[in-house]
Ligand binder design. Structure first.
Ligand code: QUE
Length: 341
């Protein structure tokens, strides 16, 4: 699906910068395979090009940086039994994530607007990672029965105080300032400063971003830091649900309600993945994630149902999960999803 005759990624060399504009604004710049291939082509072209001192990544349209991957398309491949297309999408997407991490030059993302899932994957593995007051970051995969991928199984367990576990399981929305406090972003810049920042970056020196940083507001999750650490440090969903129940606060009740809407299988898979990711390298995490896509997308009904409910039918009717509750998830079934590859 393309919005116009324009390319979905506009890649140019401007001054000493390679610039990449994700340009599918009607789809909130969600990544399809053509875009992923354009990212790989830019990585290949610019990595060894001494005239390109840094890469500047932006989203078109003013509303989104990038809403994620083209999960509607992946769902259709899964329904059609087209395993090769699903494999190509995730394998090539994760190769781009790894390529950004080892690009060897600054890969500077301007996150102004929605940035979820696959959008986080093209932003956080290098830097500087700039957010504005209009940035909204989330890992919402448990709502569609996926799991935190694009290398976030490496990033999230390294955030202090179980903030990453909380983010992955509940799909909590981070404002720009929250993302900086959590370490997902590195610099907080006001939207009104972006044109001037952009101009300065075309000079090829990424450190100029320091001059544009605005005072950082307090994290919106600050009042809940202790409760997040208490409740989300457990290694099973049953323990996390029990810990939230024991809190007896409005906040904890809200978290419980949110978690009860997510795919129970996906919650258990995501928690296990984050725990395994804590002791793994980025490349090992990406490999683990790719192996999981093979089982989760094809062998389990929840992914198709989750994308249907959230993105195709927009919540009407809500998702029907298999099994329907966290309590009914068989640990052996979760282990099996990890061992198939
Ligand atoms: C979980 C996700 C995604 C999501 C919603 C979730 C995701 C994704 C999109 C999305 C949103 C708007 C679009 C679009 C895709 O939403 O990965 O094409 O226009 O890409 O709850 O993982």
């Amino acid at each position: 699906m393309s919005d116009t005759a324009e390319p979905s990624i506009i890649a140019r060399v401007e001054g000493a910068a390679g610039t990449l504009l994700m340009n599918r604004p009607k789809a909130l710049n969600a990544l399809d395979l053509a875009m992923i291939r354009a990212f790989q082509a830019a990585l290949d072209a610019w990595k060894g090009d001494a005239a390109v001192k840094l890469v500047l990544l932006e989203g078109a349209g003013g509303k989104a940086f990038c809403a994620g991957g083209d999960v509607r398309g992946i769902r259709q491949f899964a329904i059609d039994g087209d395993k090769a297309s699903v494999e190509a999408f995730f394998a090539e997407e994760y190769a781009v994530n790894a390529g950004i991490a080892r690009f060897g030059k600054p890969w500077l993302s301007l996150m102004d607007g929605v940035c979820m899932g696959g959008g986080i994957g093209v932003a956080v593995h290098n830097g500087p990672r700039v957010v504005t007051e209009h940035a909204l970051l989330a890992m919402p995969e448990t709502a569609i029965a996926l799991f935190p991928d694009v290398g976030t199984s490496y990033i999230l367990p390294r955030i202090q105080g179980e903030i990453g576990t909380w983010l992955a399981l509940t799909g909590a929305r981070f404002k720009g300032a929250d993302a900086v406090h959590a370490g997902l972003a590195s610099h907080y810049v006001l939207r009104e400063s972006l044109p001037e920042l952009r101009d300065a970056l075309l000079g090829g020196d990424a450190t100029v971003v320091e001059h544009f940083a605005a005072p950082l507001p307090e994290a919106s999750f600050h009042p809940h830091r202790a409760a997040i650490a208490r409740c989300f440090g457990h290694d099973s969903m049953a323990e996390i649900m029990a810990a939230l129940a024991a809190e007896g606060t409005e906040w904890a009740a809200e978290q419980t309600k949110i978690l009860r809407r997510m795919s129970p299988t996906s919650l258990c898979v995501s928690l296990e993945l984050i725990r395994r990711g804590a002791g793994a390298t980025l490349d090992e995490c990406l490999e683990m994630e790719l192996a999981l896509t093979r089982s989760v997308v094809h062998d389990h009904p929840d992914f198709r149902e989750g994308v249907r409910a959230v993105l195709v039918d927009k919540g009407n009717p809500p998702a029907q999960w298999t099994p329907a509750t966290i309590e009914a998830v068989d640990p052996a079934a979760i282990a099996a999803l990890f061992s198939i590859s």
